[in-house]
Design a protein around this ligand. Structure first.
Ligand SMILES: [Zn+2]
Length: 253
């Protein structure tokens, strides 16, 4: 049986997962078309640029609404902008219908302009800026949306070269132990443990011991200027981080 796609205003019943996630078909991240070359994330440069332009247009609205995090997703029938403001853990959903053949970027543009117009109407009734923002968001709160679904993954992982990754394996260090802790201590501890087993004086393998020493040296070098990569992307939707005022594309599988 085909999955029933949520349509129109009924779609708040579940978090919109893009068609991309539902069918595991490679689709353009900006418009959803399946007409996409292997290894590409977008059907064309113009398509990507069009969505980028509208996403940057949306930043004005998102900042006005004091947005902490937001996501942008679309189905065949509509686009949705989910907003979590700095002053609440609630999520407000802005939805706009996709007329047939209407790319998500166009629908998002209409959505942003409409929300902006609503905000200005409230302002013209001498409502303060922040109250205008709060009242718009309150009208659109969707209790059914789990706040965690729009918070970016704040896990950070060490940014390591291929040699450094190999070094971790030689020392039997789990990458998770290099995230927030005292990683110099962690590396030395692992090194001492391995040395106990592989030191030639203790009957260990000389070649293996040399490798362990090289691995230790490499990892100590990393700790002098440790670099991390943080993963702010979400699967199936575009994500916005208000602290950085930046949109990230969906996680690519
Ligand atoms: Zn496209």
């Amino acid at each position: 049986m085909d999955p029933v796609l949520p349509s129109g205003n009924k779609m708040h019943e579940k978090k919109i997962s893009s068609l991309l996630a539902e069918r595991r078909v490679r689709r353009c991240l900006a418009c959803g078309t399946e007409d996409i070359k292997p290894g590409r994330r977008y059907c064309s440069r113009q398509c990507r640029q069009k969505l980028m332009w509208v996403l940057s247009l949306s930043k004005g609205l998102l900042q006005t609404l004091n947005t902490r995090y937001a996501t942008f997703s679309f189905t065949e029938h509509c686009v949705a902008l989910d907003v979590m403001p700095t002053w609440s853990n609630g999520i407000s959903r802005f939805v706009y219908e996709r007329k047939s053949g209407y790319p998500p970027a166009n629908a998002l543009k209409e959505l942003v302009l409409e929300a902006g117009k609503e905000w200005y109407e409230k302002r013209s009734r001498r409502i303060s800026r922040s109250f205008a923002s709060q009242s718009i968001l309150q009208e659109k709160v969707e209790q059914s949306i789990n706040p965690n679904s729009i918070m970016p993954n704040t896990n950070r992982i060490p940014r390591l070269s291929a040699d450094q990754k190999k070094a971790l394996r030689h020392l039997s260090i789990n990458m998770d132990n290099l995230v927030f802790g005292d990683y110099v201590r962690e590396i030395r501890k692992a090194y001492r443990g391995m040395a106990k087993v592989y030191h030639p004086d203790k009957g260990g393998d000389g070649e293996r011991f040399k490798e362990i020493n090289r691995a230790h040296e490499l990892m100590i070098q990393w700790t002098r200027d440790p670099k991390f990569q943080s993963n702010s992307a979400l699967p199936g939707c575009w994500s916005y981080n208000g602290y950085r005022n930046r949109w990230s594309p969906p996680l690519w599988h």
